[in-house]
Design a protein around this ligand. Structure first.
Ligand SMILES: [Zn+2]
Ligand SMILES: [Zn+2]
Length: 578
């Protein structure tokens, strides 16, 4: 009988709590080594009704099943690869491929499906996972679907879920899994000594240059192009292997990740024959199982592969990993390094030799965008509109003060009592449309709302500086007041003042409906500081009373007409780059 660690029972509680209220598929994120199979076992144990635990490889079916039976209970296994096709017990551990080929045997209602390595679930309705899931849903429409993964992203798709429990929007487009309801950072496991730390050996001077390669639209590199790069750096491979051998002298388990099958074979030929083996996609299952067993028993010291040994492979004694291939995704990179983080007696750390120029960050995967450059780090930026703390890439000075951040849009969201969700969408960087006032992405060329052409604000400023009879100044103050027109009606006068006292004004007559609408679009929208508190009072007096709700532009562009300056452009802080 196992006892759950605190975070494992927290994860279980989060699942129970969520599924009491929701039917939508959800994800929990646990790093490799967090003991996912225990969490699965506990969920299966406490669930009412039938439970199906699905994975894509038989090794995981076997591991998860063994953990569950260690509770002293029995469960079925449905996996052709394991030679067992049972489904009578309350809990069934199955490989998705075997189930999709025998859907007719799964006609009883299941109450819970747990998918291990759920980043493999694609949106494609014809995929095995989707076929199995929709079949089970047709039998029980309220079936709960839970995914587990260490790496909640997919090549070509990005985040596999839409919302994070911390109140964060990961993506604006819908995902099969709506919510991530629990996530444990890998740093926690390292701090608590549940994992062995990884150390990337600084600058092994040898490396391959894969930087010219572009992944295909599927997000992967082409084998033929990889081989071309390797051919061009023929002489490098023997030197790299030499270096691996010398670092490996006092190491026990060495995994080498090659770029292509040919490359893997070349690497193998340079390793000591008695102590080395290779596993590739074509290796027959029996031979592969045999090699893995001998590696775990330490009869083999060097294990070469391309990418087949990333999930479901578990040899805790691995203490040296050499990466000789470019990794297309942070998830593949994390899976590779994850092979070396298991605890093992006498192992202090796992050494990583990086020969392919990969720059992913093992501990900071929570920002979806790739790290812009090596001196960027994660900075927390509160949203001025909703207060949500966003994590973005950014730069700090030596005292830890923020120099800049690269976040564009707030990731906060709100949920009303009916469960309806609204994204904050506040833009840290935006281009405001002159016509309708909509905030557009800084890269946009056409307004998303009214199709007006958007001119780059930096260009507007630069052009104005070069034009005759134009005035450009940083706006130091803005005053709003009411004035009377010739019919004794109030209108609104707004003055923009420079540090030196230069002054440019605009007038807003707010009598007709059309005038009010134009004011709402062209003045209120770009000036409104808190965009979540709608502003509807469109009279001159109300505007003056609410002056504190309107922010100053950063720059004013004016043109001389006769003796007076006419306002041409207002440019806001968040529109400017850098
Ligand atoms: Zn916000
Ligand atoms: Zn517009």
């Amino acid at each position: 009988m196992y006892k759950l660690r605190n975070y494992q029972s927290d994860a279980v509680k989060a699942v129970v709590h969520y599924f009491r209220r929701h039917h939508s598929p959800a994800v929990i994120v646990l790093p490799t080594g967090a003991g996912k199979s225990l969490v699965i076992a506990e969920l299966a144990r406490i669930a009412r009704g039938k439970v199906l635990v699905l994975t894509h490889v038989k090794e995981l079916v076997e591991q998860n099943h063994a953990k569950y039976e260690s509770y002293g209970v029995t469960a079925s296994i449905f996996s052709a690869g394991l030679g067992r096709k049972e489904h009578q017990q309350q809990v069934v551990f199955a490989s998705v491929q075997s189930v999709v080929n025998s859907l007719e045997q799964f006609s009883q209602p299941f109450s819970l499906v747990v998918i291990d390595e759920c980043h493999r679930v694609s949106d494609n309705k014809k995929s095995s996972y989707q076929k199995v899931l929709s079949h089970l849903q047709s039998i029980n429409p309220t079936i709960r679907i839970l995914g587990l993964t260490a790496t909640p992203y997919r090549l070509g798709l990005g985040w596999i879920y839409q919302y994070h429990t911390k109140g964060m929007v990961r993506t604006d487009s819908e995902r099969y899994f709506r919510d991530c309801i629990y996530e444990l950072p890998i740093q926690y496991l390292l701090d608590e000594s549940f994992l062995t730390p990884a150390r990337i050996l600084d600058a092994p001077t040898l490396s391959y240059d894969f930087s010219t390669l572009k992944p295909t639209s599927m997000g992967r590199f082409k084998e033929s192009e990889l081989d071309q790069v390797l051919d061009a750096s023929r002489r490098v491979t023997p030197q790299i292997v030499q270096q691996i051998l010398s670092v490996a002298k006092d190491k026990h388990g060495v995994m080498i990740f090659a770029a292509t099958v040919r490359h893997a074979q070349e690497v193998l030929s340079l390793l000591p024959e008695q102590e080395s083996a290779i596993v590739i996609g074509d290796t027959p299952t029996k031979e592969r199982d045999d090699i893995i067993t001998r590696f775990k028993q330490r009869d083999i010291k060097y294990l070469v592969n391309v990418s087949v040994l990333t999930t479901g492979f578990d040899a805790p004694h691995v203490d040296l990993i050499a990466i000789l291939r470019p990794t297309e995704s942070v998830s593949l990179y994390q899976q590779i390094i994850g092979r070396g983080l298991r605890l093992c007696d006498g192992k202090q750390e796992c050494l990583i030799l990086e020969y392919a120029g990969n720059t992913f960050d093992l501990y900071q995967p929570e920002v979806g965008e790739p790290k812009p450059d090596s001196d960027s780090e994660i900075v927390t930026i509160p949203c001025p509109a909703c207060g949500f703390n966003n994590n973005f890439w950014g730069k700090l000075d030596s005292n830890g003060y923020l120099l800049e951040h690269f976040g564009r849009k707030c990731r906060g969201y709100f949920e009303d009592d009916n469960g309806h969700r609204e994204h904050c969408d506040y833009r840290f960087k935006a281009k405001y449309c002159n016509q309708c006032g909509a905030g557009n992405d800084i890269a946009a060329r056409i307004c998303y709302e009214c199709d007006a052409v958007l001119v780059d604000p930096d260009k507007k400023l630069k052009d104005a500086l070069n034009l005759k009879n134009h005035l450009v100044f940083a706006c130091h103050d803005m005053t709003m007041e009411t004035r009377k027109d010739k019919n004794n009606k109030n209108y609104l006068k707004v003055d923009y003042v420079s540090e030196e006292g230069a002054r440019v004004s605009e007038q807003w007559f707010l009598t007709s409906k059309a005038q009010k609408q134009r004011f709402a679009k062209q003045f209120v929208r770009p000036h409104l500081a808190d965009k979540h508190n709608p502003y509807n009072a469109l009279t001159p007096t109300a505007a003056v009373d609410n002056q504190h709700r309107f922010r100053l532009p950063a720059f004013i562009v004016a043109a001389k007409q006769g003796r007076f300056w006419t306002l041409k452009e207002k440019i806001f802080d968040d529109e400017l780059s850098g």
